[in-house]
Ligand binder design. Sequence first.
Ligand SMILES: C[S@@+](CC[C@H](N)C(=O)[O-])C[C@H]1O[C@@H](n2cnc3c(N)ncnc32)[C@H](O)[C@@H]1O
Length: 260
Amino acid sequence: MPTWDADLYLRFAEERTRPCRELAARVMIDAPRRVIDLGCGPGNSTQVVAERWPAAEVIGLDNSAAMIAVAREAQPERTWVQADVAEWATSTDQPPFDIVFSNAALQWVDDHASLFPRLVEKLVPRGALAVQLPSNWNAPAHQAARDLASSPEWRDTFPRGSVREWHVEEPTFYCDLLAGQVSKLDLWETEYFQVMPSAEAIVEWYRGTGLRPYLDRLSDDARRESFLAAYLEQIHQRYPTRRDGSVAFPFRRLFIVAYR
Ligand SMILES: C[S@@+](CC[C@H](N)C(=O)[O-])C[C@H]1O[C@@H](n2cnc3c(N)ncnc32)[C@H](O)[C@@H]1O
């Protein structure tokens, strides 16, 4: 389980929150009573949910104490729960929800084949499961981390299978999985053409998310700095710097809205 740093994560708040707004806008439910935001992080997605459905009771759930603390401080009026999504999905002790929402979090939770049907079961009839997942698992930035981890210098630190990366399936997987359980399925992908100010900014972006499982395996700051320097070199090679010094960083995301 990677550690989380809310400040670092929120350094790219606009880019990280935009898909969340686009997901919320596509959920065709006007007056939900109860909504839960799974993997709510520092509460940025929960805020979007609360603005989209101001009359709803909105609960934020996350298993990181650090993230929940930041969320609670920023939005003390809401209910925050520190819990694991997979465990919550199997619990049976609460009334159903009109919307189960999750932005950029379920890629950290294993076994989507079991998880997604359980999340649908948490809904009232015609309620919606609304999920956004980063689907750029094979992007050069991810391949760079894998290649680095298996290089002669780092492979003793990262034996095969020791890093638990993001986990996202192909769109057809979710389509086939949910087709028999839901009345309507709205599934799409968007590739955001993000322009970053520098290659360093891409490293900064992943230092707050995708690189966490790698950095958590390194025992001290010097090793972490050395890994990040080698990673930056890889990013320079794989993401060419444009004439104005900026770097194009395309980022594909998968959206799923499933109505029970
Ligand atoms: C990338 S952040 C997303 C935050 C926010 N939803 C957003 O839209 O920006 C992923 C969050 O998922 C949480 N998370 C990861 N695995 C989890 C799990 N098994 N149960 C609960 N939360 C989890 C992390 O603690 C982190 O706060």
